[in-house]
Ligand binder design. Structure first.
Ligand SMILES: [Zn+2]
Length: 285
């Protein structure tokens, strides 16, 4: 059963990736500024590294945890007695809400932002951006997801459907496509669209520090973090419109990308020490 669900999740991932890759190639919203081959190979390398890391360290214990929590009947969903499709739909909505809070925390808490920055350092946005996550962020997320499972208690089936859906939605809203205004208007009321998420990746902070939702877009509207980008903004070909303002030349340098979160920390610690040491330095001078 679990093996079938796991295979199903993999099929959804591969089909989604190929589908959005074809669609964005045929109907790109923005022209690419850098070599697509370079982007694809870098992000494929990140995906392989992350898959191996997660499979070795977190995957089996996490799966056993989901099964154990279900067998023990822990979590709000079990206590309320939700079953069948009611349980599956409610689990997806509640877990998507937890994901919204967690994504927001990744932007607000400095230590988490150091790692989440690795995703936002992409200088453009297409379906391969959905693969770009620092392995440390994914490991910390696994711990957080174990807590969500304990709190809500989704069934194993609901958990796999949520994971499959979140991967598909992430591929969709990172892809380099844009809908006509009338489709965008009604679609973005329900789910996170590429234009909705482009706002989240904008360098311009008037737009970028918003739109944290992953599947349903209601969370941003409900908690006041919604920011609207017009068609021109979402399809702008202006150089450096997406990503982070700093270190853009290192965005596709594997070693720099991997060590950046740790290096920044060291620099900050060094700065803190320097500040503390200042009075003594003042006395001696
Ligand atoms: Zn983000």
């Amino acid at each position: 059963m679990d093996i079938n669900l796991d295979t199903g999740k993999l099929i959804v991932f591969v089909v989604g990736l190929l589908l959005f890759l074809v669609v964005e190639t045929l109907f790109p919203a923005r022209s690419w500024q850098n070599s697509r081959l370079k982007r694809m190979s870098f992000h494929a390398g990140v995906a392989v590294l992350n898959t191996v890391t997660i499979r070795i360290i977190a995957y089996v214990p996490f799966l056993l945890w989901v099964v154990y929590v279900e067998e023990e009947g822990w979590g709000l969903s079990r206590w309320f007695g939700f079953i069948g499709w009611t349980e599956i739909i409610l689990s997806i909505v509640v877990l998507d809400f937890f994901d919204y809070i967690w994504h927001r925390a990744n932007h607000r808490v400095r230590i988490l932002w150091r790692f989440h920055k690795a995703h936002h350092s992409d200088t453009e946005m297409d379906v391969t951006t959905a693969l770009r996550f620092h392995p440390t962020e994914l490991l910390v997320s696994s711990l957080m997801k174990a807590l969500w499972v304990l709190i809500w208690g989704p069934t194993v089936v609901a958990w796999f459907l949520f994971e499959g859906l979140i991967s598909l939605c992430a591929q969709f809203h990172h892809s380099n496509i844009d809908f006509p205004n009338w489709i965008e208007r009604w679609l973005s009321w329900i789910i996170v669209t590429p234009r909705f998420h482009t706002s989240h990746h904008a360098v311009d902070r008037r737009y970028g520090d918003a739109n944290f939702s992953t599947i349903l877009s209601i969370w941003d509207r409900l908690f006041g973090t919604y920011s609207q980008l017009d068609k021109e903004g979402a399809t702008t070909h202006a150089k450096d419109a997406l990503g982070l303002p700093e270190s853009r030349q290192l965005a596709f340098s594997p070693i720099a990308w991997l060590v950046e979160p740790f290096r920044t920390r060291n620099l900050e610690l060094a700065n803190e020490r320097a500040v503390k040491a200042t009075p003594e330095a003042g006395e001696s001078s």
